[in-house]
Structures are given as structure tokens and as C-alpha cells.
Ligand binder design. Structure first.
Ligand SMILES: CC(C)(COP(=O)(O)OP(=O)(O)OC[C@H]1O[C@@H](n2cnc3c(N)ncnc32)[C@H](O)[C@@H]1OP(=O)(O)O)[C@@H](O)C(=O)NCCC(=O)NCCS
Length: 213
């Protein structure tokens, strides 16, 4: 597949929100909120414009087929704070999933993050997918969520050997990833109507978010 990875520009925002909605619709819950999430994230001070990448399918009129975005976040340990990265939403248009686009977006931005000097990337995700990039359960690093628990979906990638040596604590995303339901209802009005459905993929997501190590 003839793909180009390039930084997102303002003119792409609406298309990328649409793409994000297409990718996440009915995957984790009936409907989705990730299109509002990305809309909100772009205005946060922790949002990293230089890691906001699009995957462009050159052979299909330069269609935008994927996107990944990053924010700075913190590991907090009593009086100390350590800056790390988190990514998401990561979206690929359903029609083009399983062609390696998500993998390309991750590999490219992980390499850039390392070159930028960041020590680690911490995400909530499915280890089944993310282990191929080197992500491990956060418990291996003694990094917990805000409730001091180890969710099975909290995953860590060190960006260089021993990057987290001597570092443990709470992974704190702050409020950037919270979604207001009334904002979502209002935001949805900008998009074409889509049916909310119960799907099998939602079972896996529901199991995953209830699992702790
Ligand atoms: C997850 C996603 C970004 C992957 O992008 P992609 O371009 O389809 O992925 P790639 O082609 O690079 O990789 C495909 C591989 O990932 C696996 N995979 C994809 N999603 C997975 C998941 N949720 N759990 C486990 N494996 C998964 C596929 O089975 C395939 O495995 P294989 O290489 O062993 O055959 C894309 O499927 C997507 O947008 N999904 C909906 C939104 C989402 O769940 N985003 C990620 C959570 S933030």
C-alpha cells in the first residue's frame, strides 16, 4: 500500500474527526466519543502538534485513512513528577484496517518520540495488539492508575533501555480524556446519522476494563 505519513493541518480537522468516528463507531460501546475527544485534545496545552500524524493513501486521491495523536502526561510519585507520553485516539478507517496502517503510524511516532528525548509511552489498550511494539503491563514498572490499581489495559513502553529505572508511581492523564455527555450529544449533530448497535467487540472491551492484575 502506497502510504505517506504527514502532520495533520487545520484543514484536515473535520475529516479526521469523521474518520475517528468511523473507526470507533460501535467498537467499544454503542456509538463512540473519540471524535469529540480528538476535537477537544487539539486545544490542550499537553497536545503535541508535532506527533499528530495522518496516514495518506496516495493511490486513492490522497485520502486520509488513519491518524494518531499524542499528549504529554505524568507519572506522579509522592513529591516527584516525570513527563511521559500517551497516545490515542489511534484510528484507521474500517475499510483499510489490517493493511499495516496502524502499525506504521505507531512505529513512526514511537521513533520520533524517542528522538525527542521522551522516556516512555503509557496507554490504555489491549496488550494483544500492543505487545508487538514492546508494550508491557504497567505492573512490571510499578505504575498504577489513580486508584493505585493495575488495570490489565494499562500498558507501558520504555523508549530506551532502563528509561524508567527507579521510577514508579501513578499514571495521571489529568482531565484531558474526560468527555461530557451533553457536549457529545451537541457535537454529534455535526455528523451524519449512524445507528448505535451492540457488537461482539464491546464484550472484549467491557471485560478488559474490568480486569486488574
Ligand atoms: C486498532 C487499529 C488502529 C489497528 O490499525 P490497523 O491498521 O488495522 O492495524 P495493522 O494492520 O497495523 O495491524 C493489524 C493487526 O492488529 C491486530 N489488531 C487490530 N486491532 C486489535 C485489537 N483491538 N486487539 C488485538 N489485535 C488487534 C489485527 O488482528 C492484526 O493482527 P495480525 O498482524 O496478527 O494479523 C484499527 O483497527 C482501528 O482503528 N480500530 C478501531 C479503533 C481502535 O480500536 N483504536 C485503538 C484503540 S485506541
Amino acid at each position: 500500500m502506497n502510504l505517506l505519513l504527514k502532520l495533520e493541518e487545520k484543514k484536515d480537522y473535520a475529516l479526521v474527526e469523521d474518520l475517528t468516528r468511523e473507526a470507533f463507531w460501535n467498537v467499544h460501546v454503542p456509538g463512540c466519543s473519540e471524535h469529540l475527544l480528538i476535537h477537544n485534545l487539539r486545544n490542550k496545552k499537553e497536545f503535541l502538534k508535532n506527533l499528530d500524524f495522518l496516514a495518506i493513501y496516495k493511490d486513492n486521491h490522497n485520502q486520509i485513512v488513519g491518524n494518531i495523536v499524542y499528549c504529554e502526561t505524568k507519572i506522579k510519585d509522592s513529591n516527584k513528577e516525570y513527563t511521559v507520553l500517551t497516545f490515542g485516539p489511534l484510528s484507521v478507517i474500517p475499510k483499510y484496517q489490517n493493511y499495516g496502517i496502524g502499525t506504521k503510524l505507531i512505529n513512526h511516532t514511537v521513533k520520533l518520540s524517542r528522538n525527542m528525548g521522551y522516556r516512555a509511552i503509557i496507554i490504555y489498550g489491549d496488550l494483544e495488539f500492543y505487545k508487538r511494539f514492546g508494550f508491557k503491563h504497567s505492573k512490571e514498572y510499578k505504575i498504577t492508575d489513580k486508584d493505585n490499581k493495575y488495570p490489565a489495559s494499562l500498558l507501558v513502553l520504555e523508549l530506551y533501555p532502563h528509561a524508567l529505572k527507579g521510577i514508579k508511581g501513578i499514571f495521571d492523564e489529568g482531565k484531558n480524556y474526560e468527555i461530557d455527555e451533553s457536549d457529545l450529544i451537541e457535537f454529534e449533530k455535526r455528523f451524519s446519522k449512524k445507528e448505535k448497535e451492540v457488537r461482539k467487540t464491546q464484550e472484549r472491551f467491557n471485560e478488559l476494563i474490568k480486569m486488574f492484575l
